[in-house]
Design a protein around this ligand. Structure first.
Ligand SMILES: [Zn+2]
Length: 391
């Protein structure tokens, strides 16, 4: 039996425990803004990590759940391993009651089941048997971070994640594996830009000339903003939210739009942002309307480093042994792995179980992939400990 098939057999033994903990965790609402729920999920996970010998530190983040850093010193001469997960989901309060954890045949469903509650639990169980088998002794340390605000772009966690990344030699990120085996080796930059307009209200029938439309001023920007994109090359400016107005018969006094920004690399992102700012700063056709804008890139691009290629090559080897598909993806979406990769830490993402329709009500995890993808993750950690990853 090779290591990797042995790890798959170990994961299979852990499956009932993984599913039981996934059920408890998924049935707690933990949307990014539900601090108590996020902390209740972290309580479960911190309990397991402490039981495995990790020193768990929790730092409260105002308005959100805690930032959990679990550290285990192993004392080897090998790399310092960083594992990134998150406890928050995109779902509001009440979702779990309405859509609880469920196993339907070979799939799991429920809010955040694949993004990424099962993933973190799978990783902890892989660590558990690797530690019990003394397979990680070559590592200097393992740091396992659980982020409370990932789904909104980790605005309060960037500094913390950058500081733990500076103390790491490689990073494994637990975002879901794409259907048919997609792992993420690179990501574009992601940003958010907000534009608010204040006009003058007036009745459209009685004295329209006294009004100045905030909606008209912002609407004039939509086409030029979206024309900045080149989607085929990963460059996009998209107006995702546009709201305004007070009543049908009133010249709108207020309007706002939220613009999503995507760029293949940081340089293209800076250029796009400058063009977006220039459009937002153009004087409105009606000078009585005032415009205020703010925002920028919140997640840097995740470059594909040589060490990332080396990690992916090993993952390919393990997947071949397990006869499961794998391919590499350069994603337009951001993740916390973007922070570590940006700082030069070889990072491989998409190491969770195979998840379909992520962040939709149809989100489903393939049960069998918890075993196989968990074995691949275990294999990567053990390979790092054995000095088999050329960083
Ligand atoms: Zn996620």
């Amino acid at each position: 039996m090779t290591d990797i098939t042995h790890y798959a057999a170990q994961m299979e033994k852990e499956l009932p425990s993984i599913l039981a903990m996934a059920e408890r965790s998924v049935n707690i609402d933990s949307g990014s803004y539900l601090a108590d729920g996020v902390n209740a999920v972290i309580d479960i996970w911190a309990g397991m990590l402490s039981g495995m010998g990790f020193i768990v530190e929790r730092k409260p983040l105002a308005g959100f759940g805690d930032q959990m850093t679990a550290r285990l010193a192993l004392g080897g001469n090998g790399p310092r391993l960083l594992i990134l997960g998150h406890a928050d989901t995109v779902w509001p309060a009440g979702t779990a009651a309405d859509w609880p954890f469920q196993r339907i045949g070979d799939r799991l469903t429920g809010p955040g089941v694949g993004d990424m509650k099962t993933n973190v639990i799978m990783a902890m169980h892989a660590l558990k048997f690797l530690l019990a088998n003394q397979a990680l002794g070559g590592l200097a340390s393992v740091t396992f971070c659980v982020v409370p605000d990932e789904e909104i772009g980790s605005p309060g966690s960037r500094e913390w994640l950058e500081s733990v990344s500076r103390e790491a030699d490689l990073c494994l990120t637990l975002e879901p594996c794409r259907p048919k085996g997609g792992m993420v080796i690179g990501r574009g930059a992601v940003g958010a830009f907000y534009v608010n307009a204040t006009g003058v209200t007036a009745h459209v029938g009685a004295n329209r000339e006294n009004g100045a439309s905030a909606i008209a001023a912002l609407a004039a920007m939509v086409a030029p903003l979206e024309a900045l994109g080149d989607p085929a090359n990963g460059l996009c400016a998209t107006v995702g939210i546009f709201k305004g107005g007070e009543a049908r018969q009133v010249v709108p006094g207020s309007a706002e739009m939220h613009v999503d920004l995507r760029a293949p690399d940081d340089e293209a992102g800076e250029k796009l942002l400058a063009q977006v700012r220039e459009i937002a700063a153009r004087p409105p056709a009606d000078p009585r309307v005032s415009i205020v804008s703010r925002g920028g890139f919140t997640r840097p691009a995740f470059p594909t480093l040589p060490g990332t290629h080396a990690l992916f090559a090993l993952a390919e080897e393990f997947c071949a042994e397990l006869e499961i598909p794998v391919f590499s993806v350069v994603s337009r979406g951001g993740s916390d792995g973007s922070f570590s990769a940006r700082l030069g830490v070889p990072t491989l993402d998409g190491l969770g179980p195979v998840t379909h329709d992520t962040c939709s009500r149809r989100e489903q995890v393939e049960v069998a992939s918890i075993i196989t993808r968990g074995a691949v993750l275990a294999g990567l950690m053990a390979a790092a400990a054995e000095g088999r990853v050329r960083l």
